[in-house]
Each structure stands twice: as C-alpha cells, then as structure tokens.
Design a protein around this ligand. Structure first.
Ligand code: ZN
Length: 219
C-alpha cells in the first residue's frame, strides 16, 4: 500500500502483472481548529442578528463548525485497480453518482449527480471507486467547473486509461435560495480527456450514454 496525495502524484500506476493494486488515497489535510470555528460562527450569527442565546440554538455555532468541518473532509479510500485481462476496450460508465459539494463563493451546498466514464487501458478500476474519487474532490469549497475537471484529470493521470469523461449536473442552493431564486434549475458541466476528447464518435457515444435522450427531454 502506498500513500498517495492526489495533487502530487504524477503518471499512471506502474503495472504489476496479474495482481490487483491498491493505492491508499489520502487527501492532504490542514488541521481544523473546531473551537475557533465555533467562536467565529457565534460571532457571525450575532452580527446577522440571530439570537443564539436560546435553549434550542445554544449549540448552533458548534454544530455549524462541525458540519462545515465534515463537509470539507473527504474520507480516505483504497483505490483498487485490476489488470484488464479480457482487454475490455469499450466505455465503462457509472451513472448518477450522488454528489454533495459546497460552492466556494457563498459557502452554500450544491447537490446533484455525476456520471463518470472511462475507456480502459491496461488496468480497470473497482466500480465503486469512481464515487470515492468524486467525493474526494467534492468535499472542499468548490466550483462545479473545477470539480468536473479535477475528477477527469485525476482519473486520467492515476489510472492511465485511454480516455475519461465526466458530466456533473447539480442544483446550487446559492441560486435556489437567493439572487434569482431559480429553484429546480440545474447546471451541467463536462470534461473529456484522451480518446473521448479527440474522437468525435467516441465523445458522442459517451454523452449519449451519460445523458440519454429521455433524460434530456425531461429536463
Ligand atoms: Zn454560489
């Protein structure tokens, strides 16, 4: 098992013939000062005229601090890859992976789904791992465009596939609850790498599978 920092690792995993490989993926952590965060949350609420000196709200600054700490802390996971013994060379796609993140402009959540696909090279990936990769980049202050690219780039670099495609559809509470108050509006972003970027037919196939026509009509 190897410790890997998502931002420092470069190049695809070295091939190990006939064996599965595990990489321990750990997000670089900065220490969290929960007491300071609670103190700041209390000051923030007071400045907004929110009275926290009631029985029900007394614990609110602490709960706010712990909630944001949790939302910014992805869980470590083992990235298991296997040799592509059958030489499977068609698209592998995980659709509708639940996604929760926080917009870095307003610090309000955006929630939705991610569709993540890749064209296997020498190695294939445990399917549930695609959801873990999404979480790794979602659990931090984010913008949807960057999140989409980070998931695609990390898979492209770490797994060494022939191509990667990522589509994210999300509703941003900063749009739903303030400003234009456009409840139900979803934002769609995509990133394609490798063969899915270079080859028009492969790219079209990816989007047809990730966003089927029935889905697009419903929207
Ligand atoms: Zn926002």
């Amino acid at each position: 098992m190897t410790a890997v920092l998502p931002h420092t690792r470069t190049g695809p995993p070295e091939p190990v013939n006939g064996e599965h490989r595990q990489l321990r993926v750990v997000h670089p952590t900065t220490p969290v000062d929960l007491a300071a965060a609670e103190h700041a949350a209390a000051a923030f609420l007071a400045a907004l005229g929110v009275d926290v000196d009631t029985e029900n709200r007394r614990g609110t600054p602490g709960r706010m601090a712990r909630a944001y700490a949790e939302m910014f802390a992805p869980r470590p996971f083992d990235l298991t890859t296997f040799p592509n013994e059958e030489r499977y060379d068609e698209l592998v796609l995980a659709r509708s992976i639940p996604l929760q993140s926080v917009c870095e402009h307003h610090l309000l959540p955006f929630v939705g789904i991610a569709h993540v696909g890749y064209l296997p090279g020498d190695r294939i990936l445990g399917l549930s791992k695609l959801a873990w990769v999404v979480e790794m980049f979602a659990r931090r202050p984010q913008v949807q465009e960057r999140l989409t690219q980070q998931v695609a780039d990390w898979l492209h670099t770490t797994l060494g596939p022939r191509g990667v495609g990522v589509v994210i559809e999300a509703e941003h509470l900063c749009m739903t609850m303030r400003g234009v108050r456009s409840g139900g509006a979803s934002t769609v972003t995509s990133a394609v790498r490798g063969h899915l970027r270079q080859d028009a037919a492969a790219r079209a196939e990816f989007f047809a599978l990730a966003l089927p026509r029935t889905d697009r009509r419903r929207r």
